[in-house]
Design a binder for this molecule. Structure first.
Ligand SMILES: Cc1cc2nc3c(=O)[nH]c(=O)nc-3n(C[C@H](O)[C@H](O)[C@H](O)COP(=O)(O)OP(=O)(O)OC[C@H]3O[C@@H](n4cnc5c(N)ncnc54)[C@H](O)[C@@H]3O)c2cc1C
Length: 411
């Protein structure tokens, strides 16, 4: 959209999954809504790009809890192909973790989940690290895997929040890319691009949004941005909303990043998943030939991901190659062409990967999601009590916020 309308019914701040869901629902209800997006594209942390004659997802990739995931139907309605295959990372590792060890490690992981569930049932919150098995051989790998789940270390994770997360353990993908599907779902919905919002004035009967391209007036606004943008006051509210800022600060984004290599020539190594090491927290989770693609993709989380991101692509490539050599050997390493790495922490409109609640802050999700005066609504993955950190969670919160607006309008 080149010219901004001066006034609309609903301004949706952020055209990620949550914003697109809200815009979709409002369009169905015949309400005029505009997504106001800081970037020059929709999708936010859902972003597919072409690569190596195929596509790669720089952000979300897996339809988690796929058998219940609201986006499976949305994907199929928009003509995307849902791949119901099983991910390599849920099965035994192809190298570096013999099957007996894998069974032992999985048992340690399940015991940890059980311990969290039992402790959370008492209602007393504490850091999830306190539930790790003592003197376990698998301590480092459990800690590493937790950083893939949550983007941060177990010391910073509330057990109540961790336990609230609903996971049916069925994970599917979208052939054309998860990011491509989310932006496909936005087709035909009005968006103003390059239009970062800096201030939301909700002191009067209408809401005034100050953006990089001018001011827009709306009857209501649905704010769908990642938590750091609220917590750090990048978007200022007038009057101030200290309870929203505090809630957003209690739900910081961890960091998750990916490292991609293209596989050249003959490459006779076992397909599937492996860890770059099983005896250190600083380990990369690798997928070799994911879904048949000639790729090796690596996944890192938490403090290790922050450290690699600070070092830039060269540091990530060097560390990935070091771990690949130790697992597959120097010959395999020579056949890999470094493609790219992601840097979600440095992305000014994301500032991280996905949210987790700090110990004592599981209730902040409901505080963040609560509407203000029937004019301001909030959505985004961090607002979901049970599907936080995911794209389908973000989508559901966008639908809920739109529904809240529609109910208030009728009442
Ligand atoms: C590496 C990685 C892997 C992941 N893997 C998975 C996965 O496999 N499965 C899964 O379900 N989830 C995964 N996720 C998480 C998932 O991508 C997110 O939870 C989801 O995309 C969040 O959607 P959202 O709408 O809440 O936020 P976002 O997608 O971040 O959308 C927010 C939008 O607001 C815009 N914005 C920011 N500031 C402003 C401003 N001032 N003014 C206007 N617009 C603004 C942003 O540009 C963005 O478009 C992954 C994330 C990462 C980073």
């Amino acid at each position: 959209m080149s010219d901004l309308p001066s006034s609309i019914d609903v301004a949706i701040v952020g055209a990620g999954a949550a914003g697109i869901a809200a815009a979709t629902r409002l369009k169905q209800a015949g309400v005029s809504a505009l997504m106001i997006e800081a970037r020059d594209r929709v999708g936010g942390r859902a972003h597919t790009i072409p690569a190596a004659g195929d596509v790669i997802d720089l952000g979300c990739e897996w339809l988690h809890s796929a058998d219940k995931n609201v986006l499976v139907k949305v994907a199929e309605q928009h003509g995307f192909t849902v791949d119901r295959g099983t991910p390599g990372w849920t099965g035994p590792a192809s190298v570096g973790l013999p099957s007996r060890d894998h069974v032992e490690y999985r048992k340690a992981l399940e015991d940890f989940f059980d311990a969290v569930e039992e402790a959370a049932a008492t209602g007393r919150d504490r850091p999830a690290s306190e539930l790790l098995p003592k003197n376990s051989r698998w301590d480092k790998l459990l800690r590493a895997v937790a950083t893939y789940y949550s983007g941060t270390e177990l010391e910073h994770i509330s057990i109540i929040d961790f336990d609230n997360y609903e996971d049916t353990r069925i994970n599917w993908t979208i052939r054309e890319g998860y990011g491509a599907m989310i932006s496909g779902a936005a087709k035909g919905l009005p968006v103003a691009f390059d239009c970062a919002v800096s201030r939301i004035d909700h002191s009067g009967k209408s809401v005034k949004l100050e953006t990089r391209r001018g001011t827009i007036e709306a009857k209501a606004a649905i704010v769908c941005v990642p938590t750091p943008l609220i917590a750090e006051g990048t978007i200022r509210f007038d009057p101030a909303l200290p309870e929203k800022q505090a809630a957003a600060a209690g739900l910081p984004l961890g960091v998750a990043n990916k490292i991609f290599f293209e596989i050249g020539g003959d490459f006779s190594y076992p397909r599937g998943h492996f860890y770059g090491a099983t005896d250190r927290v600083e380990t990369i989770s690798f997928d070799l030939f994911p879904r048949g693609r000639k790729l090796l993709s690596g996944f890192v989380g938490g403090a290790f991901a922050v450290e690699l991101e600070k070092g830039g692509p060269a540091a990530a490539e060097a560390e990935a190659r070091r771990q690949i050599v130790s697992m597959l050997g120097a010959d395999a390493n020579k056949r890999l062409r470094f493609m790219r790495t992601t840097a979600w922490r440095s992305d000014p409109f994301a500032r991280g990967g996905y949210s987790s609640a700090l110990p004592g802050h599981a209730g902040d999700r409901a505080v963040l999601a609560a509407p203000v005066n029937g004019r301001l609504f909030f959505a985004g993955e961090a607002c979901s009590k049970i599907h936080f950190s995911t794209t389908h969670g973000a989508w559901e919160t966008g639908l809920n916020a739109a529904e809240d607006y529609l109910k208030g309008r009728k009442g």
